[in-house]
Design a protein around this ligand. Sequence first.
Ligand code: ATP
Length: 496
Amino acid sequence: MKDIKEYLSSYVDALRPIIYINHFDFNYTDKIIEDISENITIIEYNNSLGKVDFKTKAPQIEMTSLEEFLKENRENGFDNNTFIILKDIHNELDNPKVLSILKRISEDNLYREDYYCTIFIVSSILKVPRELENYITILDAPLPIDKEIKNIMINFIKELDINVSKDVINELSVSFKGLNKFQIEQILNLAYQNSGTIEMQDKDLILKEKEQLVKKSSMLEIINFKEGIDDIGGLETLKNWLERKAKIFKNLGKAKESGVDVPKGIMIVGMPGCGKSLTAKVTSSLFNVPLVRLDVGRLLGKYVGESEENMRKALDLAEAISPCVLWIDEIEKAFAGIGSGVSEVTTRLFGLLLTWLQEKENTVFVVATANDISNLPPEFLRKGRFDEIFFTDLPNVNERTDIIKIHLKKRNKFNRDIDIYKLAKETDGYNGADLEYIIKDTIEEAFINNKDTITTDDLLATIKETKSISQTLKTKIENIRKTVEEMDIKKATNKN
Ligand code: ATP
């Protein structure tokens, strides 16, 4: 595999006029640019200082605008082979005058034989304006692989002259996977500051740092919750399935050795308010790993390639913090109607996600949830993407009994005098969220009336006043059931 320097060098040789290096560590990017710049004049412009000396970073002249700088320095390409480095100038890529001069330099570089000037835009934020789309080549720094991670650790340990066992290096290098060199060194530093050495417990530090990474990025969201498996009423088949997979997920090393495949993920399709989100949370608690949510809508950007880049980053980030559960909520809203005229960007995002799901060999367990999948492209549901697809229907009478009990207990209002079975019988067509609402509302009413306990009659009265989801969303419910029956999707419950 080519390394980043080789890529960069081949792009320059191929006369790519603008190379966009999407990276935050400028020391690192300077080093690789310098390494490929023999006999080349390097001119640098930095968003905060203006023109600076590439080697010393000393500002060279009074601060000028980027437009002025480009105007003054473009001629260099006639006399010398020139690299123009532009750092953190992504905000200037809205300025039509800047775009026009960048375009002019690009065209001279491409079409004039007496002109040689490559522009490097270096920034951690990727913005590709449509006007420059044909001139820009994006260069992403590849993440270190196993051997490289170990080398980073070994160099760090050598430099500090500390003793760290081989086992610790092996184990931690697995956890470091998905982070770049800079991030790995920062964590090693932190670990060393804490204890004066690097030890097995630092794995927790890595996970905490990885969570911080998610918090800092706007691509994914860490979900905090309290629910465990006992908070789900019914859905026995689904729960049993998850408990089996949890056993594998918690012992991945051993499972792999025994030839067991790493679980990939599930898709949960079903009625609104029937425990899909709850199941995503419970999966994470069963597997004992963080839960991160991917909101596809949040990835959409206004520049060319930005959305795809965001999707790639979000998936990289999920891998970086793995093992984890990646929850893709309301997936049908993001990808409905693909193949029948939705935007090209959405189609490309869908393609990226599909390939990732198909090819992934990591420890990111995906939980995708959706209400209506009739408009989802069929390839999404094809074998190989998910281990299983489950349908969460409206709860049957036994499940309603469980759900009512769970929510009464949660609020310390469960007592033997309440006829739960009667309540369950009276709530045919209600979903879990409706049942929770009925209990909450009855408790609130009792509180307002200075009553300590609630009775079956109190609950029956609230039921009478509460419309079920089957009444309020009749057509939607019928449509979901029809699609699921046509597709013959496995039911999440084993009772009828
Ligand atoms: P939507 O499609 O509207 O996003 P959902 O299927 O994701 O709905 P949840 O958010 O999981 O629904 O459920 C809403 C609330 O209803 C839950 O927080 C929970 O309190 C209650 N609930 C739903 N199903 C169950 C269940 N099977 N057991 C216990 N509580 C449930």
